[in-house]
Design a protein around this ligand. Structure first.
Ligand SMILES: *Cc1c(COP(=O)(O)O)cnc(C)c1O
Length: 358
């Protein structure tokens, strides 16, 4: 028996409009658009939508998702592995013709060895650290590495890449961008051929919003913009895109007036967090059958502003509805707009049913 709820509903028409607007915008900037699929486990209906709208490059941080895309779409699709490979993944990357991001000499050596064994050439992107202190070659080592790696017989350096606002929230600016463009141009001159400068993610759109022309960058990898029309790095929606494509529905399983025992000592909750109650005395609370296993409660938006999320356990979401004028009932299904993390968690949860509609 599969549960009816929780349910994640995906409105494909919203995403289709975002894809079309972004493809147009990228074309005017002479940028390739790469669809990042890690936020929805490269689920087939969305991948197909992207493909049929004209996107031919896909990127994911999980190899399994890339293989799913490869099986789904006709040959000739470009697949970027935007996660540094583990050594167990080297063989699959080479055999399946996937383009990884790399930041270590040893990884490139292993890729080269495997490619030689199989008579193939592996395309790679050299990841450059640009201030977010996540993955990438350091500025002081990249020069030497570029030279060394370009001498490998079975490696083809397709380009260089950088990712910002992913871990430390460091936003891109013109100075960071110019450094990347300078690198690219220097190597193009040295190697006598074009290479690709690939940047991500959505945070770059806000930087470029008012620009007519983007110089030196060749492609942009986008996830959040396509799916949610939002830029979480700046905590705001992108005005010329649409949100609201992902609705998470859950059932109310308890409504009672309660208060946590204030006299007793308190520790942390089951997940090491502290969930403070609102106000004083007994307050009306409702419990939904929607837990941390299914969603990220920090990225759920509820239409009734007077109902507040208190916290979540693995299987419950607890909300304070004392101040709400709405009447809620046990057995009723309520809905939330889900942000990136909540969408990802819903796709990862076998307990959440997914339904697509136009
Ligand atoms: C997730 C990711 C992206 C996409 O980022 P969004 O902000 O969702 O657009 C791009 N590049 C890399 C390397 C990523 O990990």
């Amino acid at each position: 028996m599969g549960n009816t709820y929780p349910l994640l509903e995906v409105d494909l028409s919203v995403i289709k409009r975002n894809v079309d607007v972004l493809l147009q915008r990228c074309a005017s900037w002479h940028l390739q658009l790469v669809a990042v699929t890690k936020g929805f486990l490269a689920d087939a209906p969305l991948v197909s939508l992207f493909y049929h709208s004209g996107i031919a490059s896909f990127a994911d941080s999980n190899l399994e998702n890339l293989l799913k895309i490869k099986n789904l779409l006709p040959p000739g699709i470009r697949l970027l592995f935007i996660s540094l490979p583990m050594k167990e993944e080297i063989e699959t990357i080479v055999v399946e013709g996937i383009t990884p991001f790399v930041s270590h000499w040893e990884t490139v050596e292993a890729l080269n060895l495997e490619a030689k064994k199989r008579g193939k050439v592996v395309p790679i992107f050299l990841a450059l650290e640009s201030g977010d202190a996540r993955e990438g070659f350091l500025p002081e080592e990249i020069e030497e590495m570029g030279d060394k790696i370009s001498n490998f017989s079975h490696i083809h350096i397709e380009g260089i890449c950088s990712t910002l606002a992913c871990l430390s929230g460091v936003l891109p600016d013109e100075r960071i961008l110019q450094r990347l463009v300078d690198f690219k141009e220097k190597w193009e001159k040295k190697w006598g051929r074009k290479i690709i400068l690939s940047v991500g993610g959505t945070t770059f759109l806000t930087l470029w919003e008012k620009e007519k022309e983007i110089k030196g960058v060749d492609e942009i990898r986008l996830g959040e913009a396509l799916l949610l029309g939002n830029d979480i790095s700046r905590g705001k929606p992108i005005e010329w895109l649409e949100g609201g494509a992902f609705t998470l529905k859950a059932e109310i399983v308890e409504i009672k007036s309660k208060e946590p025992d204030r006299k007793r000592d308190k520790g942390f909750d089951a997940f090491g967090e502290i969930n403070l109650p609102l106000g004083e005395g007994k307050r009306k609370r409702m419990i939904l059958a929607l837990g941390k296993q299914d969603s990220d409660e920090h990225q759920l938006c509820f239409a009734d502003e007077n109902a507040k999320i208190i916290g979540a356990t693995s299987n419950y979401l607890v909300m304070d509805i004392e101040e709400s004028d709405k009447i809620y009932q046990v057995g009723e299904v309520v809905q939330f707009q889900a942000g990136y993390g909540a969408v990802l968690r819903a796709f990862l949860s076998p307990y959440v049913r997914k339904a697509y509609h136009w």
